[in-house]
Design a protein around this ligand. Structure first.
Ligand SMILES: [Fe+2]
Ligand SMILES: [Fe+2]
Length: 159
């Protein structure tokens, strides 16, 4: 996924940081993509709207997959509930992608997507943050055996 931190991470701020660089970059890219979608839909630019919608779907799929992989790796106890939220949103997005071919993308729809993303990152994602960092600090890292705990945490979570 392209690093889009410098473009327009609207909706993301440091308060939403997970402390895991790759996940933060993905969250920022998702918000930036939503901004692109909003801009294209407002301008009624069909091709750009199509592109932004496809990109958002791809970014969502890649991000959910990365997050779930990390939670599995660390034995996160609320993985099933977290995955259920991801699945519900993915299903909703799939429906919306089908619908928007017949209708314009409304401001309400953009608001719904942005609200869901903000709430999910601020609440559901934040629940795993202390758990993942705590687990990582306890584990040995194959790529830096013997490294002190802080370095191990970073190393494991940055994979
Ligand atoms: Fe996330
Ligand atoms: Fe998530």
């Amino acid at each position: 996924m392209t690093d889009r931190r410098e473009s327009c991470p609207g909706g993301w701020d440091a308060g939403l940081s997970t402390g895991v660089r790759v996940l933060d970059e993905q969250h920022q890219a998702l918000f930036a993509c939503l901004n692109d979608l909003e801009k294209a839909a407002t301008q009624q630019a069909m091709l750009a709207t199509f592109h932004a919608m496809e990109q958002l779907s791809r970014y969502i799929r890649d991000h959910f997959s990365a997050e779930e992989r990390l939670m599995k790796m660390y034995g996160y106890p609320w993985l099933a509930e977290h995955m259920q939220e991801h699945r519900s949103f993915s299903d909703k997005l799939f429906e919306l992608r089908k619908d928007y071919l017949d209708h314009d993308i409304s401001a309400d729809l953009i608001d719904f997507l942005r609200d869901w993303l903000e709430r999910h990152v601020a609440q559901t994602d934040m629940d795993y943050v202390p758990y993942l960092h705590g687990e990582a600090a306890q584990r040995e890292c194959a790529c830096a055996p013997g490294a002190e705990a802080g370095a191990r945490t970073l190393c494991l979570l940055e994979r």
